[in-house]
Write a protein that binds this ligand. Structure first.
Ligand code: SAH
Length: 254
């Protein structure tokens, strides 16, 4: 998959994307990530990319010329994948569903803002959409772009060591993940739950499902509401864990 990133800090994007899963994906040719420097398209002698806002106010605005120039330079050199998505707090909220959507595409491009943001004409005339990684304000789009790239890349076939690992984790089916443990079975006085060591796959599956449901009800009741609540069978499974209080707190009779 090809992903192009337009940024004032291409070295930041490259540096992060050269390690761990992204680094291996790049080396193995599964991920063709290209970071482009917006400043390379600046035309004045100071190579400036920002200017004061029309109408007044604090801070600077990323100007349209270098942004449009950088994108057009890549387009005329053979092109880049569309959609081109602007990272901005006012974009569509990025979540695991959007990540899966993008992972199923041929590729896409990301545009990172800086300063107080990007001249609105870029949003109106250059990009195809906008993404926000959450309701907070970063200093630039680079971390947001890397969040998107990493969440998408790890869904691509062949990128995670174990193909199954992306399928049963948090948000894959609208629930949070169950707790995971590894050796040793006893560390200090903390023991791994007996059921996980029982070798009984039926019991393990049921326990994990119940733990997922309980964790989601406890930490993200909004996700439980979105999937239409818990079925009577699911309520029974959570009750088996001893989480009767949790169930009652959320209005389930048991
Ligand atoms: N003044 C803007 C914020 C600018 S922050 C506003 O109030 O909306 C500077 C840049 O950081 C933005 O252009 C954007 O590219 C990036 N950024 C900040 N917060 C972000 C978020 N939650 N999601 C995606 N990008 C973000």
């Amino acid at each position: 998959m090809r992903i192009d990133v337009f940024t004032l800090f291409p070295e930041v994007v490259d540096h992060y994307a050269d390690s761990s899963i992204l680094g291996r994906a790049r080396q193995g040719g599964l991920l063709d990530l290209r970071a482009h420097d917006i400043r390379s398209a600046a035309t004045d002698s100071h190579r400036s990319v920002d200017d004061a806002p029309f109408g007044g106010g604090a801070g600077m605005v990323l100007a349209p010329e270098p942004v449009v120039g950088a994108v057009e330079a890549v387009e005329s050199a053979g092109g880049m994948p569309r959609p081109l998505l602007l990272l901005t707090p006012s974009g569509r909220r990025f979540d695991q569903g959007v990540a899966a959507e993008l992972a199923g595409s041929e590729g896409f491009s990301l545009l990172c803002g800086r300063y107080e943001g990007v001249d609105q004409r870029v949003a109106d005339h250059l990009v195809d959409g906008a993404l926000s990684i959450g309701d907070y304000v970063l200093a630039g789009g680079e971390l947001a772009a890397l969040v998107v790239v990493e969440a998408v890349a790890r869904l691509l076939p062949g990128i995670l060591g174990n193909e199954a690992s992306a399928g049963d984790e948090s948000f894959a089916d609208g629930l949070l993940e169950y707790p995971q443990y590894t050796r040793p079975a006893r560390f200090r006085e903390w023991e791994v739950p007996e059921v996980l060591r029982s070798g009984d796959h039926g019991r393990v599956d049921r326990w994990r499902r119940a733990q997922s449901l309980a964790a989601t009800l406890r930490h993200r009741p909004d996700l439980v509401r979105d999937r239409g609540g818990l079925s009577p069978e699911e309520v029974a499974m959570v009750a088996e864990l001893g989480e009767v209080r949790l169930l009652r707190d959320h209005g389930y009779d048991c």
